[in-house]
Design a protein around this ligand. Structure first.
Ligand code: AMP
Ligand code: MG
Length: 419
């Protein structure tokens, strides 16, 4: 039986970063940029007004005050998106809206608040300026956000909403990103029934397909649901051969003591078993191997296969521990660690076997410190314990018991990824 760390190293050693492909920017959230992005023009493209008001020559406002207003003749109005052909000459102003380009001759904007525009009926013909404006006041300079030729985003940047916006401001509809991994999911077990069918006695609904497909999606992959296979080797193999155009295959079930041979035999004949059984709880019977598959173009390739335990909690926890980092590595992400905090544990936990324990917990903050309490019964079949939890308390292999009040690391399931 190998350790969690060793198992993860072996998995990561077998996965490589996927190829880049162009994608519409809105589809790339959470993906990694595969090209450097340079600006081909200035943003903003021209000097423009930061406020609604009157664009003026600052010298014309010298000494202006409410007691000593400066009267200017208004020669034009310019809205965002249009350009005034007029030049601001001494004694004149142009009414201007936020974002409109600054006309020739002007060097500052007098915002409405320092004019008498609100009191005046003829504010499109004449205006009184009630305060001095300095040269450059309320102007946004061409290129002040992005200068033409500058590298705006670097390859390997993780795309967030702000990056989507920056790409749009540069007029990029598509961008090269590392593509999303396709993760095929196959569940095994004679007792399983598809959720679209009625439930005969003695059977249970397959929940793993859905919790795992949801996890794949959450972490940026594309789930490919292969459906149910019964506990027979031939059926599993037939299912796999139907569809292996994936980057990773996840199976559940068929790996515990009683029926381990089913998945093992498939792996032995269709590929290679790298490890089975990891010193962890839940999740001990997890297996990992490499399967022969084919690409979309029909070219032979290897697909990593994670055989997760059938228990719904074990399947989700082993996904978080092993499948998630493997997926993130494929996507070109550099930080593969889930956000982890230190919390004070509110009950003692035994770890007699020297396993790494992942206990479902609710973490709450009180007075600037985090406290973690377990979600109740920790049976690997109690899926609602996962639903109640917002974190996984980690007890490492070397701790045979953790006492109430001690500090433990907690993997925060709900926290957004760090970059
Ligand atoms: P196994 O690993 O196949 O021995 O399954 C362990 C437990 O998990 C058994 O109680 C199974 O009925 C249950 N189980 C296995 N696969 C699923 C699944 N896809 N959905 C829900 N429960 C499952
Ligand atoms: Mg089974």
């Amino acid at each position: 039986m190998i350790s969690v760390d060793r198992a993860l190293d072996q998995i990561l050693g077998c996965v490589t970063v996927l190829e880049a492909e162009p994608a519409p920017i809105l589809e790339t959230l959470g993906q990694v940029l595969a090209e450097d992005i340079y600006a081909t023009f200035d943003i903003p493209p021209r000097d423009n007004s930061a406020m609604d008001g009157y664009v003026v020559r600052s010298a014309d406002t010298a000494g202006a005050s409410p007691q000593s207003p400066r009267l200017l003749r208004v020669i034009d109005t310019v809205m965002a998106g249009s350009i005034s052909e007029h030049e601001v000459v001494p004694g004149t102003a142009i009414r201007i809206m936020t974002g409109a380009p600054i006309p020739r001759g002007a060097d500052a904007v007098a915002r409405f608040e320092i004019t008498d525009a609100a009191q005046r009926k003829d504010a499109t013909r004449e205006i009184a300026i009630l305060a001095e404006v300095k040269a450059g006041e309320d102007l946004r300079r061409a290129g002040e956000d992005i200068t033409k030729g500058a590298k705006v985003l670097s390859r390997r940047t993780v795309i967030r909403p702000a990056e989507v916006g920056v790409l749009a401001s540069l007029g990029r509809a598509e961008v090269a990103v590392i593509r999303r991994p396709r993760v095929a999911i196959l569940v095994t077990g004679d007792e399983l029934v598809d959720i679209n069918k009625s439930l005969p006695t003695g059977k249970i609904y397959d929940s793993n397909t859905y919790s795992l497909a949801a996890l794949v999606r959450r972490y940026g992959g594309i789930p490919q649901v292969l459906g149910l296979a019964s506990d027979s080797e031939d059926l599993i193999r037939a299912k796999l051969n139907q569809n292996l155009d994936a980057d990773m295959l996840i199976t559940t079930g068929g790996v515990s003591m009683g029926d381990f041979d089913v998945v093992k035999d498939v792996l032995a004949k269709e590929g290679k078993l790298v490890f089975w059984k990891v010193r962890m709880r839940p999740g001990r019977p997890v297996t990992f191997g490499r399967l022969k598959g084919r690409s979309k173009a029909g070219v032979a390739k290897e697909i990593v296969h994670l055989g997760l335990p059938g228990n719904p909690v074990s399947a989700m926890v082993t996904f978080e521990v092993f499948a998630r980092p493997a997926m993130l590595k494929m996507m070109g992400r550099e930080n593969l660690a889930k956000p982890t905090i230190e919390a004070i544990i509110e009950e003692s936990i035994d770890n007699d076997g020297g396993f790494r324990i992942f206990a479902r917990a609710v973490v709450a903050e009180r007075n600037g410190r985090y406290f973690a309490r377990l979600t109740g019964p920790q049976g690997a079949g109690i899926l609602t314990s996962m639903s109640r939890a917002n974190g996984l308390v980690v007890i490492t292999e070397d701790r045979l018991r953790v006492e109430k009040g001690e500090t433990v690391p907690v993997v925060m399931l709900d926290w957004d990824e760090e970059r």
